[in-house]
Design a protein around this ligand. Sequence first.
Ligand code: FMN
Length: 266
Amino acid sequence: MEMGHNVVFYFTSTGNSLFVSRKIAAAIGECDVISIPNFKDRELKYGYERIGFVFPIYALGTPRLVRNFLKDMNFANNGRGYYFAVATYGGKGEGGVFNEVHTLLKSNGAALNAGFKVKMVHNYVVRHSLTEDGVRESLEQAQGDIDYIAESVKEKSLTDIPDENPFGMSHIYAIRSFMRLDRQFVISENCEGCGLCAKVCPATNIKIADGRPVFDGRCEHCLACLHICPNSCMDYQDKTQNKMRYRHPEITVEDLIQCVNGYSLT
Ligand SMILES: Cc1cc2nc3c(=O)[nH]c(=O)nc-3n(C[C@H](O)[C@H](O)[C@H](O)COP(=O)(O)O)c2cc1C
């Protein structure tokens, strides 16, 4: 990791949160952009000025993988930095994410100074359907908010952080995510065993055995595998057949592979 004056830690499955992270990094300059699944340290060692967390809202809360990262990290060396969180979302975007992040930071030597939300494209296609036009419109609309957030982070603007989380819903999600959600994936005959699904799984929960993906019971339900499949061979129950798949247009397949384990397509 190269030393920089700012750092953004992100989690993404379809690229929205990586796109936002890069925009913020470009606006503030001298910024490391680090994928949470790739970051194995337990301590933030450098004297960063701005420390950010960018992630999607899952079930009105913070994804379990992000919560676990915040729980395990020690921020005491950077306790006086400017801490910000950006939650990307696709639906109503309600939820107690900033209270969750603030509470976890407080246990580990820091505190959240600002929280921003930005509506992007809903990638939970188990419950939603996308169209090309809808995606284009959503991303166009998001642009102003992203610029505003990047400028606010640059200025180190403060926002109110709620003292309580009236939702408490992400805990329900956390329980659900232990219920072997990955048993519900259906792989079609057309699967060629290319292994892209395994390469983008942030939980490294997928292996290719006998030319087919096999799940290991540690699914985060992020749907990265379902969206990345070049032949749409992966479905969730009977809920996603023939529905449009999504990846942020400025994020490449290679970018998403790098988010998880840094191995390269070539
Ligand atoms: C499991 C799951 C749960 C989600 N729950 C919500 C939600 O409660 N509210 C919402 O507005 N969007 C929800 N979304 C949509 C994502 O937050 C949104 O599409 C996000 O921008 C995806 O970011 P990414 O491309 O960086 O992964 C959910 C998505 C997934 C996969």
